[in-house]
Design a protein. Structure first.
Length: 155
């Protein structure tokens, strides 16, 4: 498996198929946002041969911080290290470009089990929760929890 920048519209369409197959994490509003972000922001794909296994989309917030907007892995490959490889790749990519802070937001609904898995994924990889914030207007379907990692911890 290797991680590289998404190059084609076909790869972006595969990324959308991956998230459409994960409705417990991505609703219609999320799908629309992902479709927009796949076109506007930097996306990296984990591939085996020509097959897309998962993806991560990132956005520079400023000269020191980058945000992970979306991460998704094909359902049958969850727990097999694909998400971890994507995260490691983004960490290296961010470090090489002088970023000092890596931010990710995820659902703050502590009673929703699928996002328990998501939060644990980030925690096991060194992220810490810094805030539980009210819904963003474009995220009315859930309350995000903000997670960050600092240069001396991760980058």
């Amino acid at each position: 498996m290797r991680v590289r920048e998404a190059k084609t519209e076909t790869e972006r369409e595969v990324c959308l198929r991956i998230v459409r197959n994960l409705p417990e994490w991505f609703n219609e509003a999320g799908l629309r946002a992902i479709e927009r972000d796949l076109r506007r922001e930097k996306t990296f794909v984990a591939v085996e041969g020509n097959e897309v296994l998962g993806f991560v989309t990132v956005k520079s917030l400023n000269e020191k911080a980058v945000e992970i907007l979306w991460v998704a892995v094909r359902r049958e490959l969850r727990g097999k290290g694909v998400g971890t490889e994507l995260l490691h790749f983004v960490e290296g990519w961010a470090r090489e470009r002088g970023f000092e802070l890596l931010v990710v937001k995820t659902s703050g609904d502590l009673s929703y089990k699928p996002y328990d898995e998501t939060r644990r994924f980030y925690e096991r990889r060194g992220f810490i929760r810094i805030a539980l914030v009210d819904s963003y207007p474009e995220w009315r379907w859930f309350t995000p929890s903000v997670w960050e990692t600092f240069k001396d911890t991760f980058l």
